[in-house]
Design a protein around this ligand. Structure first.
Ligand code: PMP
Ligand code: GLN
Length: 384
């Protein structure tokens, strides 16, 4: 048989796989791919072991374990003052990525346009492209990564079906203000435009700021998918368990697709998460300060280096500007220099763009690491 043409001809292996492999190959410190190098909470590990030994090893209900959905509904009621029916408005999925995939598949058709703010998480555009729709990339303003609302207004037309929002934002660590949300509402409220709000870092938000979920805005309630990930919140990215929140109508469309993409999430993981959340309600309450301390430790450990930075407002990523060190190098080359000559691996921010600004000199470092790893990173970076 002849080789079939790729549906994503411009894409290779993701940057996360590439950089983690490079770190492993060189034995370098890996602050590239976003995952903790410390253990998950022991009670959560024990709960998973208990779930498997007590027989929770067959398919879960397609929409997710009822108790876990109930616990999520309670979180949204408390934080966002929204009433969600766990049966109709919440679906547990094997990771946030597949929830993003299904939400897009369920509502976007070939020929439609989807607005994506760059730098953007790497799964959005290919998911849009693979179904024959068109990603419309709008670059966030440099250096504060705010939205140019005039550009958004100009980009919206009759083919626009979706706007993808990500707050707190990977890779920049910026967060959306209430004004941003109101600007978006104003531009889309009289149009058939859906919002996909990727909020996987909802519990990692710093300096006393509050996360606002898309579903907390009455104007967006009927038109938004909100995506979350237990992997980020409970230090278990490898457990690949996430969720989608949507209105009756959007959730019906979502489930039609999702039942054939996976059918259900992993049963014992859902049992363990539900047990742990009930045992340790403080885990989520304390998560922001836990990560804020890591951000601060990382930033203190690079004091006196030649990098420049603005403290991350959320997520577990800190971007560092190296324009005072090697302005001649683009960020991909700078990452190679750091990896090969200094033994530390980061992610070049330009890979999150369709068209990165030529003068972008930013690297993303993941600070979901042991204090010792962060101090070691600081020692290295101070010598660069
Ligand atoms: N969205 C963003 C912005 C992310 O950073 C990640 C984590 N890689 C995901 C989605 C995917 O989450 P999950 O691992 O639960 O699929
Ligand atoms: N979200 C993680 C990051 O941004 C990586 C996830 C992945 O490897 N796909 O680093």
């Amino acid at each position: 048989m002849r080789e079939l043409p790729s549906k994503l001809p411009d894409l290779g292996v993701t940057i996360f796989s590439t950089m983690s492999a490079l770190a492993q190959q060189l034995g370098a410190l890996n602050l590239s791919q976003g995952f903790p190098d410390f253990g998950a909470p022991q009670d959560l590990i024990d709960a998973l072991a208990k779930a498997t030994t007590s027989g929770f090893n067959q398919y879960a209900p397609g929409d997710g374990l009822p108790i876990l959905r109930q616990l999520l509904a309670e979180q949204y009621a408390q934080r966002d003052q929204v009433t969600l029916d766990p049966n109709r408005h919440i679906t547990i999925t094997p990771g946030a990525t597949i929830a993003i995939f299904c939400a897009i598949q369920a509502t976007v058709r070939a020929g439609d346009e989807v607005i994506i703010f760059d730098p953007s998480y790497d799964s959005y555009a290919p998911t849009v492209q693979v179904l024959g729709a068109k990603p419309v990339h709008i670059a966030l303003k440099h250096p504060d990564f705010s939205v140019d609302w005039n550009e958004v207004k100009d980009a919206i037309n009759d083919r626009t079906r979706m706007v993808i929002v990500n707050t707190p934002h990977n890779p920049t660590g910026s967060i959306w203000s209430t004004t941003d949300w109101h600007n978006l509402i104003q531009l889309i409220q009289d149009k058939d435009i859906v919002v996909l709000s990727d909020e996987v870092y909802e519990h990692l938000i710093f300096d006393g700021q509050q996360h606002r979920s898309a579903c907390s805005f009455p104007e967006l309630r009927d038109r938004s998918f909100v995506i979350g990930s237990f992997g980020k919140t409970f230090h278990v990215t490898g457990w690949k368990t996430g969720f989608c929140v949507a209105s009756d109508h959007l959730m019906k469309l979502f489930r039609q697709v999702y039942q054939f993409a996976s059918f259900c999430g992993v049963t014992p993981v859902q049992v363990a998460l539900a047990e742990y959340i009930q045992q340790h309600p403080e885990h989520i309450r304390e998560l922001s300060s836990f990560y804020q301390a890591k951000r601060d430790l990382f930033n203190q450990s690079i004091q006196g280096s030649r990098f420049k930075w603005t403290p991350s407002q959320g997520t577990y990523f800190q971007n560092l500007d190296y324009s005072d060190i090697r302005p001649d190098l683009n960020d991909t080359d700078m990452c190679q220099v750091l990896a090969h000559e200094h033994g530390i691996v980061a992610i070049p921010v330009s890979v999150f763009y369709k068209n990165a600004p030529q003068d972008l000199r930013l690297l993303r470092f993941c600070f979901a690491k042991k204090d010792q790893t962060l101090q070691q990173a600081g020692e290295i970076l101070k010598k660069v």
